[in-house]
Every structure is written in structure tokens, then in C-alpha cells.
Design a protein around this ligand. Sequence first.
Ligand code: NAD
Length: 371
Amino acid sequence: MIVGVPKEIKNNENRVALTPAGADELVERGHTVYVQTGAGENSGFTDEEYKEVGAEILATAKEVFDIAEMIVKVKEPIEQEYDLIKPNQLVFTYFHFASSEELTHAMIKSNAVCLAYETVERPDRSLPLLIPMSEVAGRMSVQQGAKYLEKPIKGRGILLGGVPGVKAANVLILGGGIVGTHAAKMAAGLGANVTLMDISLPRLRQLDDIMPANVTTVMSSRYNIIQEIKQSDLIIGAVLIPGAKAPKLITRDMLKYMHAGTVMVDVAIDQGGCFETSRPTTHENPTYIIDDVVHYCVANMPGAVPYTSTVALTNATLPYVIQLANNGWRKACKESKDLLLGLNVVNGKVVYKGVAEAWNLPYTEVSEVLA
Ligand SMILES: NC(=O)c1ccc[n+]([C@@H]2O[C@H](COP(=O)([O-])OP(=O)(O)OC[C@H]3O[C@@H](n4cnc5c(N)ncnc54)[C@H](O)[C@@H]3O)[C@@H](O)[C@H]2O)c1
């Protein structure tokens, strides 16, 4: 198959959908890979590295879209890319159709085959192409929290791990899923006293088994959160209720219980945030202060570490890219339920119920487009 990798053009997107290692795997299997010049540059991969494994470099996005049977991307296509997509072309990327009506209509019009990273799903209902970004954001939340706890940036002036003779900081993590677990590991590794809260008792049992001794699990409730925030130095919001807005677990009036200089990192900001006082911020201007509490609410945290994020993402996408390239999308989706669930819009038809419902569009059973 001919696989095309355009350069991402969405504002501040530095990732690339295929690394030279991934290109090598495809070329080894007899596929042809075209990469737009500079596509890997912001993630630390040069055109030369792609060429060395047998990929070919093209000058423009148009050339890549014109020649490729499958386009692998990171972000959803933006307006200037809509017309580059061809009928029947397979586009494998994050789409998040339910959050953009314009994109949904543009992809219906394109007659392309849109396979969305975010809805590829394993039999255990986990989302393998979202997990890597939660891992990155979870680990990064502690790194950012540690930085903003420093006094010159208005934090409490506390070192997470303390030093001999000085108490370590208290870190509260709300939500013990992927983000929360990775945040807890990092904070515990730095020597902080970590409290990890979740509403699922089975999850808390599991976490209690696997976490180090400086992580305590506590059932999440308004009462318990108030008790904890009185002594927390860093609070990380990592809750998710699938398909819904994040619940506001810390309300404005609860800020009065906190010490001045406490840092709140709201990783769940992409789902509306789990603190009432959260509003989305950017890497250029990541924090603001309300009632002496520092808020960090960057909606695309992995964007700041494109090398790690690219490699983490492509480690997860590559096995699917190979299946699609080897078999074509129809056969690959028939053989893999994971991939089948990734189909959202196919040749002008919406085949993912959530997307059809979001924009009140006719829904077509996926079996119809597979025939
Ligand atoms: N800002 C970013 O750059 C970025 C990057 C990746 C993920 N995220 C977001 O981080 C959030 C967490 O993602 P995840 O992959 O860890 O999800 P996950 O589903 O793995 O974990 C969410 C956890 O929250 C728990 N939970 C639900 N309600 C709760 C409550 N009231 N109190 C305590 N816990 C509760 C659930 O039981 C679950 O264990 C999501 O909103 C995700 O979109 C943001």
C-alpha cells in the first residue's frame, strides 16, 4: 500500500504520525512510504532519517495526499486540508467528530474512509490510542506541579520530596485511572506523600496492591476531598466519566480551605475540567491565580514533549497501521474488532452512532459499508 505522512499544520502541533522506525517496518513489508519534508522535524526526526529506511520525501502536503492510499496523521484535518483528501482515501488520525460539526460534514463530503484513533477500542473497552497520551499527561502533571510550587512562580515554595529533616509535600490526585496512576507513580518516586482518590472501590483495591508505600488510597467524596485539600500542596485533577463533562469536584468556595500557593493541575480540562475555577490555558501562558491558588489547565499537555508523545503514540498506532497497510481497511476491519470500532465516516456515511447522534445525522450500520 502507498502510505502518506503529511506534516501537521494545526497550531502548536509538533508530533508526527510515523517515526523513521515505523517507516522502516512498513518498507520492510513491501509498502511505499511518502513523508512530507519536515514532517518529523519538531519531534526530532530529520528527512534524512526517513530516507535512510527507504521512505521518500515529498515537498508539499498536496503531493502526499495525491499519491497516498492511506494517510496517517495525528490531528484532525483542518480546513486547508479538507480539499486535499480524496474519495476512498483511508485517513487514520484523531478526529473527535463529536466536537466538530464542520469537520463531520467536510469528511462526509470528502467520501473518504475516516478511521478515528480515539474510538479504536479493545475487547476490555480500553482505548489503546488514547492511553499513551494519558500516560504522558499523567507523568507531566507532576513535573509541572513541582515547577509551579516554586516560590518565584507564586507557588508555596515546597520541594516535592523534601530533604532529610524536612517533610515531603502532600500530593492529592483525584481519579485513579491512567492519568492518575502515572501521576501517582511520579509523585511517589520523587518522595512526596501521595493520596489517590477514586469512586471505584475495585480500582482502589487494585491500586493499593500495586502502588508504593507512600501512596494512600482514599474513596472520593466531597467530605474526604475537603479534608485532604486542607493539607495538600499539589492537587491533580484526573477524573473521567466517559462521554460526559468532568464533575466539578473542587468548587470555588472550597479554595478557602487551601494554603496560599497550593498548585492545582487540571488534566481533565479537555473534558471541561474537574475544578470549578478551571479554564483552558496554553503552553505559552499555562497558569493563572485565583484566591492565591495557582491553576495549571493546559488542554494539550503532551504537545510540550513532542518527542516522547510521538514515540508513545506511534508505538500504539503502528501495529494498526501495519494491519491496515497489509490488508486494506475492509479486510483489516473485518479481522480486527478494535479497528472496526474506529470507523466513523465511510464514503459519505456516518457509521459511528455517537457521531450521528451528536449532529443529528442519519446513521448507517457499519456492516453495510464493509460488504
Ligand atoms: N490535558 C491533557 O493534555 C490531557 C491528556 C490526556 C488525557 N487527558 C484527560 O485526563 C482525564 C483522565 O483520563 P484517563 O485516561 O486517566 O481516564 P481513565 O478513565 O483512565 O480514569 C478516570 C478515573 O476517574 C475516576 N473517577 C470518575 N469520577 C470520579 C470522582 N468523582 N472522583 C474520583 N475519581 C473519579 C474513574 O473511576 C477512573 O478511574 C480525561 O479527561 C482525559 O481526557 C487530558
